[in-house]
Design a protein around this ligand. Structure first.
Ligand code: NAD
Ligand code: ZN
Ligand code: ZN
Length: 344
C-alpha cells in the first residue's frame, strides 16, 4: 500500500510503498477515508535527531477516519464496513485516568511505550491503518469523514481546553483565540456554540483573520503588542475572561498575560517554547494558567454530537496521498486556510 512517511531527519515526508498491515489479536484494520495535517507533525519533523523520539520511518497522520475493514482475533461488537474516526491519544485502558476516558493523560503510556498513531505508532496517512483496540474507534454515522476527520484533534483539543474554562465564559464575558489556523478556527466555532461569550480572534495573517470572522469571531485584530489596548477597551479596561493560545511562543504568551483579567484563564494549547513568570506581584490576581493536551474519549463523542447539532464546520483543503508532501510544504509556509486533509 501507499503511505506518507517521515524517514530522514530534516527532510520532507515521502510517499512510499510499504506492506499492507494485518491486524493482530484485539486489533482492527481500517481502510482510511481521510487523514488531517496538523502543525504538530511539522513540529516533530523540525526536531533535531537528539530530540526526535517518535521512531523512523514514521507513517504520519494522528487525525484519522476510515471504514472497518478487518478484525483481529477476539474483536467483538464491531461491524465490518462501519464508518469510524480514530481516537488518537491512546492509553493503557486500565489506569485511573483511562478508566475515566482520559487516555490523553494515561499514567502507564510512557512505561509501556504506548504512543499515538502518527506520533510513534503507524498513522493514518496510508491506504490502511491498524488501530490497537476497538475502544479507540468512534462511529461517524452520517458525518462526512473528510469534513470531520480533523475534529479528532483540531476539534477535540480546543473542546477539552474550552470545557476547562466554561465557568468563566458566562454572559457578558469576553475571550480571545490566538492563532486561527486548523485548531483555532474550530475553537472560534466551539466557543460560539458552547458559550455566550464574545469571541476575539488574533493572528498574524489577514487571510486567517478573515476566516475567523467567517466562522463567527465578533472581533479580529492583528497579533501584536498594540492590540492589548484595543482588546482591553472592548472590556472597559478590565481584561478578558480567557485566552486560548494556539501558538504559545513568547510573543503570544506575553500578549495573553497582558490581556487577562483578575481570575482569568490563560490556556496554552500551542507547542511553542514560551515561558511565563508567575508570582503574586506578576500578572492578574488569581489567574489560572493551563496547558491541556488533546482530549478524552467521551469528549470526542461529544464533539461529534456537537458537530451534528451545531454545524461545526472544518474549513478543509483536500489533497491526494501523492500530493500530501505539497500540503506539508504549504503548512510550513503558513498557506493553509483551515485544515489540509489527505484522502488516499
Ligand atoms: P496551524 O499552522 O494550522 O495554525 C497556526 C496559526 O497560528 C496560523 O493561523 C498562524 O498564522 C498563526 N500564528 C503564527 N504565529 C502567530 C502569532 N505570533 N500570533 C498569532 N497567530 C500566529 O496549526 P494547528 O495545526 O492549528 O496547530 C496549532 C498549535 O497547536 C501547534 O503548535 C500544534 O503543535 C499545537 N497542537 C497542540 C495540541 C495539544 O494537545 N495541546 C494538539 C494539536 C496541536
Ligand atoms: Zn495534532
Ligand atoms: Zn492508562
Amino acid at each position: 500500500m501507499k503511505a506518507l512517511q517521515y524517514r530522514t531527519i530534516g527532510s520532507p515526508p515521502e510517499v512510499v510503498e510499504i506492506e499492507t498491515p494485518e491486524p493482530g489479536p484485539g486489533q482492527v484494520r481500517i481502510k482510511v477515508s481521510a487523514a488531517g495535517v496538523c502543525h504538530s507533525d511539522e513540529f516533530i519533523m523540525s526536531l533535531p535527531d537528539d530530540q526526535y523520539v517518535y521512531g523512523r520511518p514514521q507513517t504520519l497522520g494522528h487525525e484519522g477516519a476510515g471504514v472497518v475493514d478487518k478484525l483481529g482475533d477476539g474483536v467483538k461488537y464491531l461491524e465490518l464496513g462501519t464508518s469510524v474516526a480514530v481516537y488518537g491519544p491512546w492509553g493503557c485502558g486500565r489506569c485511573y485516568e483511562c478508566s475515566k476516558g482520559s487516555e490523553n493523560y494515561c499514567t502507564n503510556a510512557a512505561k509501556y511505550g504506548i504512543m499515538p498513531p502518527g506520533l510513534g505508532a503507524p498513522g493514518a496517512m496510508a491506504e490502511y491503518m491498524i488501530v490497537d483496540d476497538p475502544r479507540h474507534l468512534v462511529p461517524l454515522g452520517d458525518l462526512d469523514p473528510v469534513k470531520n476527520v480533523s475534529l479528532t484533534d483540531a476539534g477535540l483539543t480546543p473542546y477539552h481546553g474550552i470545557k476547562g474554562s466554561l465557568d468563566k465564559l458566562h454572559a457578558g464575558a469576553t475571550c480571545v483565540v490566538i492563532g486561527v489556523g486548523g485548531l483555532g478556527h474550530v475553537a472560534v466555532q466551539l466557543l460560539r456554540a458552547m458559550t455566550p461569550a464574545t469571541v476575539v480572534a488574533l493572528d498574524i495573517s489577514e487571510d486567517k483573520l478573515n476566516l475567523a470572522s467567517d466562522v463567527g469571531a465578533q472581533y479580529t485584530f492583528p497579533s501584536e503588542s498594540g492590540t492589548v489596548d484595543l482588546v482591553r477597551d472592548l472590556t472597559h479596561g478590565e481584561g478578558v475572561n480567557a485566552v486560548f493560545d494556539f501558538v504559545a511562543n513568547q510573543a503570544t504568551m506575553d500578549l495573553g498575560k497582558a490581556m487577562i483579567r483578575t481570575q482569568g484563564d490563560q490556556v496554552l494549547l500551542g507547542v511553542g517554547a514560551g515561558v511565563l513568570p508567575v508570582g503574586f506581584m506578576s500578572g492578574a490576581l488569581e489567574a489560572t494558567i493551563r496547558s491541556p493536551y488533546w482530549g478524552s474519549r467521551p469528549e470526542l463523542i461529544e464533539v461529534f454530537d456537537l458537530a451534528r447539532s451545531s454545524g461545526i464546520n472544518v474549513h478543509t483543503e483536500v489533497y491526494s496521498l501523492d500530493d500530501a508532501p505539497k500540503a506539508y510544504e504549504k503548512l510550513k509556509n503558513n498557506e493553509i486556510i483551515g485544515r489540509a486533509v489527505i484522502v488516499p
